[in-house]
Design a protein around this ligand. Structure first.
Ligand code: SF4
Length: 243
């Protein structure tokens, strides 16, 4: 079976953790017919010397890792063991940007179909670099496709949940502003064998406990370890925004 067909079958009904990506895809900063593709910079394209590249390289060289990450990860596994978050009920067909205008999706699908026929013999590309060149495909989708179509875990799928929680738990050495920066920061220290699991774990955790607004810190097993525990409520009381 060709990879395109495998991807299509998995994308239309995937249930495995490795294929479970959030419905809350990172919002596109651009609306009204244009998506974020032009602004996407994938890690391997980061210019040498950029702040993101430097932070990732520094972390690798100095073998930096978050202080309590193993305990925090075990706690999240414990909190996720029921597998009853919305992400557990849905497959990768939900990983596209739900807020993207329908006409854009149709246009991207038509354009992509033509490109795949013309340049890839009706199959799909085998590299992230080629995948992100397709209309409407960003790094998150590219890494997902690599995992489910080519059985190649090429990177961590980082959506808004993974991005937010990684910053709250300080799983990034320096605060990151964009999911793509978070992906590079996580990949600099997180053992590769966990790259596939981490998305599924954190997305469900973000849907049930570490909510975007008013996280349920009092119910969280990480409340004694997490630097952000209770801070969202404090920020609310003092008139600040959610962490
Ligand atoms: S303590 Fe609160 S902010 Fe920290 S991981 Fe748990 S729910 Fe999220």
């Amino acid at each position: 079976m060709c990879a395109a067909r495998r991807a299509s079958r998995r994308l239309s009904g995937a249930r495995a953790p490795s294929a479970a990506f959030s419905t809350a895809a990172p919002k596109s900063p651009q609306r009204g017919g244009r998506r974020r593709r032009r602004g996407v910079r994938v890690g391997y394209e980061a210019p040498a010397g950029s702040a993101t590249e430097e932070a990732a390289t520094e972390a690798k060289q100095q073998k930096w890792e978050p202080k309590n990450w193993r305990q925090e990860l075990d706690n999240i596994r414990e909190m996720r063991k029921a597998r009853d978050a919305p992400v557990d009920q849905m497959g990768a067909e939900k990983c596209f940007d739900l807020e993207a205008p329908p006409e854009n999706k149709a246009r991207y699908i038509k354009q992509t179909s033509a490109i795949l026929q013309r340049d890839y013999g009706g199959d799909i590309p085998k590299t992230v670099a080629e995948l992100v060149k397709l209309p409407g495909v960003g790094p998150k989708m590219a890494h997902l496709v690599m995992a489910i179509a080519w059985q190649n875990v090429s990177g961590i799928g980082v959506d808004t949940h993974v991005h937010r929680i990684s910053n709250r738990l300080r799983w990034v050495r320096r605060e990151t502003k964009l999911p793509e920066e978070t992906r590079q920061a996580l990949e600099s220290w997180l053992p590769r064998e966990l790259w596939s699991e981490i998305n599924w774990l954190l997305v469900g955790f973000g849907q049930q406990t570490c909510l975007p607004v008013s996280p349920r810190c009092s119910d969280c097993l990480n409340r004694g370890l997490c630097p952000a525990a209770g801070k969202s409520q404090e920020a609310k009381r003092s008139g600040g925004g959610p962490l």
